[in-house]
Design a protein around this ligand. Structure first.
Ligand code: BGC
Length: 250
């Protein structure tokens, strides 16, 4: 079996699993530990090590972070401790997980988008697709015939005077106590903006709330087709595991 380990670092939990790279299925249990507070690089790396040790895994590891990642350096930190900015993630995780280990780090939405192409929605493979994750923030992956343009940050586009993710992430739905309809109207506003600027063929929406797409999808009014992701919460872990073996991390 062709396997690797994927870790998804999120705002509330850090999750990891062994992934079968031929099928995209998890091998054994997914392990989840609450994100340490504050979620500094050292604290997160220590938690990642704990997960890897629990899984008794000694092979390659792909890790997602909710940040811009270039040359394995973390360059932004909208929903994670600000001390991540300027962190050499490659050095950090090697120091904690072992110098000999094969490691790569990439943006969480980019990882999820790549996983969706490989093992999820068949339509993700063709044309210009904007993949979005609606969670603590809004993450984005631009996909052109299944190939990734990494580090797009559509969650921070200003829509009606504020960042899209402050208004239309699933955290915003909870924070403002919005109904699905009210929240969907905000998502719709952001999608209209993205549509006008990028004219994609398709939007694919991931993140936990995509599971309830039947409740809010009908309120969307963009011309572009919008569909929920297939892989949902597994996508980040799968994409991370893929990235380390395929060397597709930025
Ligand atoms: C970050 C992105 C990330 C997204 C989802 C945004 O706030 O800037 O890099 O992909 O949240 O976690």
């Amino acid at each position: 079996m062709n396997t690797s380990f994927g870790i998804d670092v999120g705002g509330s939990g850090i999750k990891g699993a062994i992934v079968d790279l031929d099928t995209g299925e998890f091998v054994g249990e997914r392990i989840k530990i609450s994100t340490p507070k504050p979620a500094t690089p050292e604290a997160v790396a220590a938690t990642v090590l704990e997960i890897v040790q629990k899984a008794k895994w000694d092979g390659p590891i792909g890790i997602t972070v909710p940040s811009i990642v270039k040359g394995q350096m973390v360059l932004s930190a909208a929903n994670i401790d600000k001390s991540w900015i300027g962190t050499d993630a490659y050095e950090l995780f090697h120091r904690h997980l072992g110098r000999e280990r094969h490691i790569s780090i990439l943006n969480d939405a980019d990882a999820a988008g790549l996983a969706e192409v490989a093992f999820g929605e068949a339509k993700a493979k063709n044309g210009q697709v904007i993949f979005l994750t609606l969670g603590t923030g809004i993450g984005s992956a631009f996909l052109m015939d299944g190939k990734l343009w990494p580090n797009t940050e559509l969650g921070h586009l200003i829509v009606d005077g504020d960042e899209a993710e402050h208004q239309a992430s699933s955290a915003a739905k909870d924070d403002f106590g919005l109904s699905f309809r009210k929240w969907a109207q905000r998502v719709d506003r952001a999608l209209h903006e993205y549509e006008a600027l990028f004219n994609p063929d398709l939007f694919i929406i991931g993140g936990g709330i995509s599971r309830r797409f039947d409740k809010w999808g009908p309120y969307l009014t963009v011309q572009t087709e919008v569909i929920p992701a297939h892989l949902r919460n597994k996508a980040g872990i799968i994409g991370a595991a893929m990235a380390v073996t395929k060397d597709i991390a930025p």
